[in-house]
Design a protein around this ligand. Sequence first.
Ligand SMILES: Cc1cc2nc3c(=O)[nH]c(=O)nc-3n(C[C@H](O)[C@H](O)[C@H](O)COP(=O)(O)OP(=O)(O)OC[C@H]3O[C@@H](n4cnc5c(N)ncnc54)[C@H](O)[C@@H]3O)c2cc1C
Length: 486
Amino acid sequence: MTQTLDIDVAIIGGGTAGMAAYEQVARHTDRVVVIDAGPWGTTCARVGCMPSKLLIAAAQAAHSVTHARTFGIEVGAPKVDGKAVMARVRAERDRFVASVLKTVESWPASHRVTGRARFVDDHTLAIEGAAPGTPTCIRAARIVIATGASSVRPPDWCQALGKRLVTHEEIFDWASLPTSVAVVGAGPLGLELAQALHQLQVRVRLYDARNQVGTLSSPALQAQCREIFGQALPLTLQAADLRIDLQSGHDGDTVRVRCPGSNAPEERFDLLLAAVGRRPNVAALDLSNTRLPLDDHGVPVFDRHSMQVGSLPVFMAGDAAADQPVLHEAAAEGRIAGTSAASYPAVQKQARRTAMQVVFSAPQLAGAGQGFEALTEAGVAFEVGRVSFADQGRAQVMAVNEGALEVYGEPGTGRLLGAEMVGPAAENIAHLLAWSVARGDTVQQMLSFPYYHPTLEEGLRTALRDLQQRLQLGHRSPTPGNAAGS
Ligand SMILES: Cc1cc2nc3c(=O)[nH]c(=O)nc-3n(C[C@H](O)[C@H](O)[C@H](O)COP(=O)(O)OP(=O)(O)OC[C@H]3O[C@@H](n4cnc5c(N)ncnc54)[C@H](O)[C@@H]3O)c2cc1C
C-alpha cells in the first residue's frame, strides 16, 4: 500500500553533502526528510577519504622502514602482515563510520527514510525498497539532490573479469592484501591506491590511457610527475589499447593485461582495480519525469553560488553536482543547497571558497586557486615563479628532495592567482597558498610574512621571490636570503 508523506524539504542522499544540507534545513522546518538508499555512513568514511588514508598510513610506515638505511639505520626489510594491515584499516574505518552513524541517529527517526528515491514529477518521489511502515511516496515542496557518485565499471571488463574486477567500493573490506593488482586509471584515486599497495609489497602496475599521472596541469610539473612516479612504481602511460581478459590456470583464475605498442610486459594479476572515474548518481533518478534542465552528462544545470537548478525549487550538492568532487566542497555545497532550500523562494547567492586539492601520493600533489591550464585556457595573463625541491635545504635534510612548486601571479598587481605542486608537505603548503589566494595577497605581502629556518616553506619563499622577479615587482622582503634554506 502506498504511504504518502507531504513535507517541505526532501534531501536525496545521506552522505556528506546531504548531511550538511539537513543541518541547515532542520533549523527552519521540522517537515524535512533525508532519504538514503543505504548503507548510511558516507562515502568519505566507508569507502573514500578515510579508509584510503588509513591504507596510505600503513604504506608510509613500510616505506619509512625501507628507507631508514638512507639515514644509517639498518632495520632489515619490512615484513608486511596483510591481515594486520587490513584489520587496522577496517577497524579504524568502522570507528569513523560509527561516528557518522551516531550523528544520523541523533536526528528524529521521522527525518530519515531508507530507500532509493526516483522522481515521479518535479515534487514527487517514489521510494523503492522502503521498509514496511515507512513512506513509499514523498511529496516535497523543495528537493535537494545529494546522491554522490559511483565508480565507473566498464561493462566489457565486468563481463570478462567478474569478481576479479574491483573498485574502491570493495577493497577496504579485504581480509588481507592480495598478491598482485593491476590498477587502471592514474588519476588521484588510482595513483594513491596503486602507490600504497606497491609500498605494501603488493605487485602492482598502474596504467593510464593518457600521458598523465595525477592532477597537475602544468606541463613542466606533469613531466616531473611522470618521471617521479615512473621511478616510484611500475607505470605504463598512453595505454589506450589495453587488452584485458581472464586466464584459467592450475592456481585458479588470473587477470591478464596486455598493452600492445607499449614497453609494458604482458602481466597477470590477482585483481584489476578500476579507477577510471566516478560518475554522478543521477541516471537512476528518472529526471526525465521532471522539468529539470540537464547537461550533456544528464546532470541538472545549476548555479554554483546557490546550487539552485534554474528557478526551480530543486538544489544540487556534492559529487552528484560534478563540480568539485572533494570532501570539503561536498560539505560546503550541502550547506549552500540546504540554506537555499530552506529560504526558497528567497534564494541568496553565496561566495564559494578558493579551490584546493591534494593527492596523498608520495610525493604529494596539490593545487590551490587557479591552475596552469585553467589560467591559460581563460586567456589570463600570468607569470610563473618556480622552485625545485631537489636542492631545497630541509627537503635534503629529510631525504624527500624531489618535486617542484609553481606559483602563478598577476602582472601589474602582483596578486597570487594560484599554484601547483608536486613535492614534500604539499598538503600543508597548499593551505598557505589557498588562504593567500582567498585573501587576495600579493607576492610582496606573502614575502613580508616570516619564514622559519630550516623549513620546507622556505622553498615557497624561493618560488615567490622568483615570481616577484618575473613580475618585475620591487623587493620588499625583510628576510635576508639563505642558500641552505632556499
Ligand atoms: C577512494 C576515495 C578517496 C577520496 N579521498 C578524498 C580525500 O582525501 N579528500 C577529499 O577531499 N575527498 C576525497 N574523496 C572524495 C570525497 O569522498 C567525496 O567528494 C565526498 O565523499 C562526496 O560526498 P557526497 O555527499 O556528495 O556523496 P556520498 O557520501 O557518496 O553520499 C551520497 C549518498 O546518496 C545515496 N544515494 C544515491 N542515490 C540515491 C537514491 N536514488 N536514493 C537515495 N539515496 C541515494 C548513496 O547511498 C550515498 O549514501 C575521495 C573519494 C574516494 C572515492
